[in-house]
Design a protein around this ligand. Sequence first.
Ligand code: FES
Length: 107
Amino acid sequence: MAEDDFATVARTTTLAPGEMMYVEVGDEPVCLINLDGAFYAISDICTHEEASLSDGEITGDEIECPLHGGAFEIRTGQPVSFPVVVPVETFRVRVVGDEVQVVRTGS
Ligand code: FES
């Protein structure tokens, strides 16, 4: 993986623990999450229908979709609550200095 596959999307101070925000990595809509001080990135689009997960809610280590209440495990993207049954895509995240950088998994 090339170094420039990573894109800076936020500062570490942008999100407090328990907060999330919509960002874009290339053309990809991504939901960036600060979970207990660690940053995670998942696709912003729910795998059930067309809903923006960054408009949802964080409960524990899960993110709940705002449209039908389905939920995903933030660290893995695995579905944990109906009606979502398909995992949401996850993205690698790294922190360099005070920059939060995201790369698409597998690229
Ligand atoms: S669109 Fe997310 S649960 Fe239905």
